[in-house]
Ligand binder design. Sequence first.
Ligand code: 3HC
Length: 327
Amino acid sequence: MHGNGDMAEVRPIRGDESPAQLEAFEQTIADDQTIEPRDWMPVAYREGLLRQIAQHAHSEIIGMQPEGNWITRAPSLRRKAILMAKVQDEAGHGAYLYSAAETLGADRADLVEMLIDGRQKYSSIFNYPTLTWADMGAIGWLVDGAAIVNQVPLTRCSYGPYARAMVRVCKEESFHQRQGFEILHTLSHGTEGQQAMAQDAVDRWWWPSLMMFGPPDDESVHSAQSMRWKVKRFSNDELRRRFVGMCVPQAEILGLTLPDPELQLDEESGEYRFGPIDWDEFWEVVKGNGPCNRRRIEHRRRAHEEGAWVREAAAAYAAKREATVAA
Ligand code: 3HC
């Protein structure tokens, strides 16, 4: 369950681990310089990055499904246009991240196959259903808000292509988070029925959003290495605490209650203490037993199969152009 998915066939540019190269690599990291695709890197660095970037990309693409479900049901043309733009952004984020993974020697088709056959993961959060329009607000405010807290530090990740991809992703996430907040603000200041719908959505999405940051630090198998090599800049729990601290005042502005009776400001630290997270639920969802896991993967498999003709046509066109240029 915790183990890495089998890694895509990684063609290491240089797989030797000579002490001198390792020392130079560690010094580059220590000097807060970025590692670029053509630089020597330990296989463990490459494989760890490939794992995280691929799963990040998978999350962006699978994440299009819950919101895509509401594009035809949006309550106005304006909301429909905003939601369409957001879902299209997520597709673009996935494309950036698959491209970043390819700079590490991965093959995109292999990664998609590993997602579909379960050898690689995507974020647990996208395995929950979107039951009402208010879920579009809760996803934007909470899920994209959590993504911002998690992704801003990644703009300073030691691997250049990943860090640079995150700069643009984070700018677009800010729009995603604001449009979600606005949806909830409209509903929570609307009719009683709308207020109840907004509160119900926050009740359902709050705890799964906290789970997005990963297991508790003492259960995180990758954090130590990831932080040593400055891929991960802060621990799972540290970012989770930051996210809670960001949401509490915003929930007050929304007039909505966060569903945690133990939520309390710790005067000394200035952080919020919060109730226990249901890690059994988290690991069940990560293992594939969440409310929508099967539906999400089946949808992704079907879309991949139905899109085969587009990939074949693009490949045929590229080959024809190459033949023309070569002639
Ligand atoms: N969902 C699914 N699996 C998760 C998870 C989650 N929320 N959190 C952790 N895991 C998995 C890890 O992938 C790892 O399994 P693996 O070895 O098979 O890969 C295992 O649980 C142990 O967790 P670790 O804490 O040791 O793993 P990481 O160090 O990789 O930390 C992470 C997890 C914080 C999610 C980190 O991978 C990360 O920061 N990833 C980049 C950001 C990302 O992927 N976000 C996902 C959401 S994308 C998104 O929000 C899009 C936005 O537009 C909505």
